[in-house]
Design a protein around this ligand. Sequence first.
Ligand code: GLN
Length: 446
Amino acid sequence: EHFLQRIKRLDGEFNSFVTVTEQEALAQAKAADAARAAGKDTPLLGVPIAHKDIFCTQGVRTSCGSRMLENFVPPYDATIVDNYQQAGAVVLGKLNMDEFAMGSSNETSYFGAVKNPWDTRCVPGGSSGGSAAAVAARLTPGATASDTGGSIRQPASHCGLTGLKPTYGRVSRYGMIAFASSLDQAGVLTHSALDAAIMLNTLVSFDPLDSTSVDAPLEDYTADLGRDVAGMTIGVPQEYFGDGLNVEVAAKVQEAIDEFAKMGANIKEISLPHSELAVPAYYVIAPAECSANLSRFDGVRYGYRCDNPKDLEDLYKRSRSEAFGDEVIRRILVGTYALSAGYFDAYYKKAQQVRRLIKQDFDQAFADVDVIMGPTCPSPAFKLGAKGTDPVAMYLEDIYTIATNLAGLPGLSIPCGLVENKPVGLQLIGPAFAEQRLLGLAHQFQ
Ligand code: GLN
């Protein structure tokens, strides 16, 4: 009731929820009370959370921030939604996001922009802007989110939160509406590493319904929060401190790294030489995969359908043109072009080769260091509308986060200070399946 009232009172200003499931939430809370009274316990019994509107929820509209799915009510739950239900969580509703998770500001949502609770003239980041704003405004203690190129870590940085993108394959993608399948990964946004660890314990599962789900042993992510920082080696990539980085952000990130040095960590300058190729490679691979994934939205089987189509072609064309926003259309066009005969080798294949080089940079770095640290974003949250007409300026928001997705590695953003009175984030990148290590280091810092 506390959180539902806060949502009612405050979310008119932030626009972080697309759907509030008030009746269902109250019923779940009652059921949790009854279960507790009967002596039952589950890890998140009665704990309120909210889901990014990219995760299918049975019987509850799942819009993915798009007119295309404005009235889509899934007949099944995503695996992660089911996991939280089994754990006893109470779901407050579904959270706003950039359309089909394409964006870095939450301005491409069909349901309107989300505002940053730290400064409502600014964006919360994206694409999980609704998740970040809702947690930052304390409308929910934690939220699920997804990260294809930075969509958990960048909003965490802009909203002063802890945001974790797990290793690719660690979390089931079943029932998460696909953007770029080889990069998409679900994760969490919370106020602390401890909360993130608790939420991760439920998020992670092996899922035969997702062919890329990894059947690795389950871990207790709270187990290593007491980790000793002394003796750990932290790699600091010189490429992450170049020209595009705001000098005050650089100073805050450096102070945070110095803090780890004081706790006994060894700091080592490293190089990730192909870093500058991450954004261009991503903006071939992600649109290519999106153009294939979004071809299912054809106005026939589900989703938006135009009025009075003349014939089948008119139905396809108008349904898609009317229901997809400009950014989604741009990605579909770029991706279709990059995959077409005659261009495939020059663009898609080349981007995949670059992806391998980026992965090898990380493999080499992790032969010498335990964790990599640097900025999450080049600057603090920007004003609404400031990058609206310049897609490339928007794409550069993810310059430090995208390589992690291309390499499939876990990444975490934690708050490390204020610049212009707005939060900025420190990014921790680990080798595959090193989530415990990242959370332990973050907890020691917090
Ligand atoms: N901002 C990036 C994009 O628009 C990443 C989005 C994401 O991680 N979902 O593609």
